[in-house]
Design a protein around this ligand. Structure first.
Ligand code: DC
Length: 214
């Protein structure tokens, strides 16, 4: 069964690329970052103390995460847009570093991957979740370029934020995601590195498709 792992830091283009490849190859796409964002939103909404493991565990026991055709649903509420806001973005690295959160998300991700062709994007897909993936790619780009891409996304949503602020946020998130103890952001030894700094999305998609079909 075909399985493709796409990892990389925030703003490296992996979600856009993975989604487009899923459409071209007619396979399932799973955005694992969205899952950590949904857990984060749930904890923020409940005002859960994120250092209180028992309290986090209670939220995890009740959580319902669904990828419906019309959006991402958290406990039956459409949170597709909300999980992309800056408050969630600024807390998600902390949440993604919690062991019990990762255990639950990884179990869900592996369950979804069972028995179907899939492309998954995240931070630990090639190194952990799908260690035996048929293909592994690691996307990267300069911090400035990644912040510019995020700025465009925010501008499209009518949200005002400065490039400097985004650069600082991204650097901080990279640092937290790469230095955490459990499954840190890392390129798998057998992953193909693609530097997307001066590439268009279509060029990146092309490189990946060619590699898969070669
Ligand atoms: O890809 P993203 O920006 O939506 O991811 C949100 C956060 O979730 C990111 O800071 C790191 C974390 N994450 C993770 O730890 N493991 C994954 N497989 C996916 C995301």
């Amino acid at each position: 069964m075909l399985s493709i792992a796409i990892d990389g830091p925030a703003g490296s283009g992996k979600s856009t690329v993975a989604k487009a490849i899923a459409e071209q190859l007619k396979i399932t796409y799973l955005d694992t970052g969205a899952m950590y964002r949904m857990v984060t939103l749930n904890l923020l909404n409940n005002k859960t103390d994120m250092d209180d493991i028992k309290a986090v565990e209670e939220v995890l026991e009740q959580i319902k995460i669904e990828f419906r055709p019309n959006g991402l649903f958290l406990n039956d509420e459409d949170v597709t847009t909300e999980i992309r806001n800056n408050i969630v973005a600024n807390h998600v690295s902390q949440v993604a570093a919690i062991g019990i959160v990762r255990e639950k998300m990884v179990a869900m991700q592996r369950e979804i991957a069972k028995g179907q062709a899939i492309i998954m994007d995240g931070r630990d897909i090639g190194t952990h979740v799908l260690q035996d993936a048929s293909f592994k790619f690691f996307l990267n780009a300069s911090v400035e370029e990644r912040a510019k891409r995020r700025l465009k996304d925010f501008e499209a949503q009518g949200i005002e934020i400065s490039l400097e602020e985004l650069i600082a946020d991204i650097q901080l998130r990279d640092e937290k995601d790469s230095s955490r103890e459990i499954s840190p952001l890392r390129q798998a030894d057998d992953a193909i590195l693609i530097d997307t700094t001066s590439m268009t999305i279509n060029e990146v998609i092309q490189v990946i498709i060619e590699e898969i079909q070669s």
